[in-house]
Design a protein around this ligand. Structure first.
Ligand code: COA
Length: 138
């Protein structure tokens, strides 16, 4: 019923629709930005496709700086939640990271999702707070 594929340009339009409905989008989500990200990070980003419609119902963007793995835009269409899609997407992405020799993966987590991450075995390191800065305007 569900198929999982490495994310490519052909999934982009569906993925953006899903993100707009779930995690929201920003300037880094333009098609050229996402294609650059996918090229740079090989097969660490995945989509879940619903078999009867062929629509993308889940996504995860995975990447690495060569030391840590990072996950972004984990999102599952609300109609298909609690079916193991989120967990499977995370496992596919982190599995690809393991093959590249990455030992640790980090995700910025939106409020209200702590229980999901705990259920799939992730922990919140008490010492870690994430700060960010805009390096240049887009
Ligand atoms: C978070 C999200 C990706 C989970 O996707 P999902 O496909 O429903 O998750 P799974 O079915 O793989 O769930 C794995 C486990 O977590 C549990 N779980 C999932 N969402 C949960 C929630 N909101 N609260 C508590 N438990 C949750 C599931 O019941 C399941 O538990 P089980 O192993 O005992 O069956 C999905 O709710 C989502 O897209 N949310 C909106 C987008 C978003 O906020 N993304 C950012 C994530 S930081």
């Amino acid at each position: 019923m569900f198929e999982y594929e490495v994310m490519t340009a052909q999934h982009y339009d569906d993925a953006v629709t899903l993100w707009e409905e779930t995690v929201g989008t920003g300037p880094n989500d333009r098609k050229d930005e996402i294609m650059k990200y996918l090229e740079r990070n090989g097969s660490m980003s995945y989509v879940c496709i619903e078999g009867t419609t062929g629509k993308v119902v889940g996504t995860v963007l995975g990447g690495t700086d060569g030391r840590h793995g990072y996950l972004y835009h984990l999102a599952v269409n609300i109609a298909f939640r609690h079916k193991g899609i989120g967990r499977t997407l995370v496992n596919l992405s982190t599995g690809a990271m393991k093959k590249e020799g990455i030992h640790r993966c980090v995700a910025g987590v939106k409020d209200g999702n702590d229980d999901f991450w705990k259920k799939i075995g992730w922990e919140k390191p008490g010492r870690l707070n994430i700060y960010s800065v805009v390096l240049q305007k887009q």
